[in-house]
Write a protein that binds this ligand. Structure first.
Ligand code: 13P
Ligand code: ZN
Length: 275
């Protein structure tokens, strides 16, 4: 039997919260993180979990996640404080056998509830688990530059994907499936969760206009790295746009096709339009 806070996944979860905070992506309680805990990891910490918590409605239905356990940030909790007092800021929850309710098995010792974006996290997890069970991390952050771009660029997948790809040669290799864009919606409920999870069928990155980003990945490093790559590319784009409306040179559709061959990735032609 192992304490939750001695488990490798818990350390990595807390470390990622801290790193996100240091990037400036988590003002106040902005952003949230969830991890679908592996069955063998649950067994290691089972003795540190309690199973007498009240079942509460998730607010949506995720039958493919029945009986799974998640580590999730708490609603209203500051990423800046997660390392200072993990048991106050974070929880482990169990999903019931219908995928309709959850109960808290560890953490949030001073009360509270899991992130208000739980429906989006869980619906994204469900979509990704069905596509590839290796996916375990869903991360939401309020990254400054990509949010700024949602006021200026047309809100569609093609524009955001292509513009960000053009800003760094690594981008099409890191996110060959591009970015899904959701227009402004009220956060925190089922409706936005449905729209987001639809896009997660195709993309690992979904942008919420005037709000932030959701990234999905197999582990903490790759999911954080994805967020960082997109946000850095957004920063370069803003610098370029701030200097001049004219691009003297850029990465061309032909360059992208060569890159795809060289790195053996498939880049959908819909992103390689002539401008
Ligand atoms: P929570 O504090 O409920 O996680 O909300 C933060 C947030 O970013 C909502 O989109
Ligand atoms: Zn948010």
């Amino acid at each position: 039997m192992m304490d939750v806070l001695d488990a490798e996944f818990a350390l990595r979860f807390l470390h990622m919260c801290r790193n996100g905070h240091l990037m400036g992506w988590h003002e106040r309680n902005g952003g949230n993180l969830s991890y679908r805990i592996k069955a063998e990891e649950v067994e290691e910490i089972r003795g540190d979990l309690s199973f007498d918590g009240e079942w509460k409605p998730i607010g949506t239905s995720v039958p493919a996640l029945a009986n799974e356990f998640f580590m999730v940030t708490g609603s209203g909790k500051y990423f800046a404080n997660v390392l200072l007092n993990p048991k106050d800021s974070v929880c482990i929850l169990e999903i019931d056998d219908q995928g309709e309710n959850y109960r808290i098995c560890w953490g949030l010792v001073n009360g509270g509830r899991p992130t208000s974006e739980l429906p989006t996290h869980l619906m994204n997890h469900e979509v990704k688990k069905k596509l590839d069970p290796k996916y375990r991390v869903i991360y939401h952050a309020h990254c400054t530059n990509i949010i700024a771009l949602t006021y200026v660029l047309p809100l569609n997948d093609e524009t955001f994907t292509r513009e960000l790809w053009e800003m760094a040669t690594e981008c099409p290799i890191v996110f060959p499936d591009g970015i899904g864009v959701v227009g402004w919606m009220v956060p925190g409920g089922r409706e936005i969760a449905v729209e987001t999870s639809k896009r997660m069928l195709v993309h690992d990155i979904v942008l919420w206009a005037h709000h932030g980003l959701f990234c999905a990945g197999e582990d903490f490093d790759s999911t954080f790295g994805l967020m960082h790559t997109v946000e850095k590319s957004a920063e370069i784009l803003i610098k370029v746009m701030s200097m001049t409306p004219i691009r003297r040179q850029t990465i061309t559709p032909e360059n992208f096709r060569d890159l795809a061959k060289g790195f053996k990735v498939e880049l959908p032609e819909k992103y390689l339009f002539e401008k």
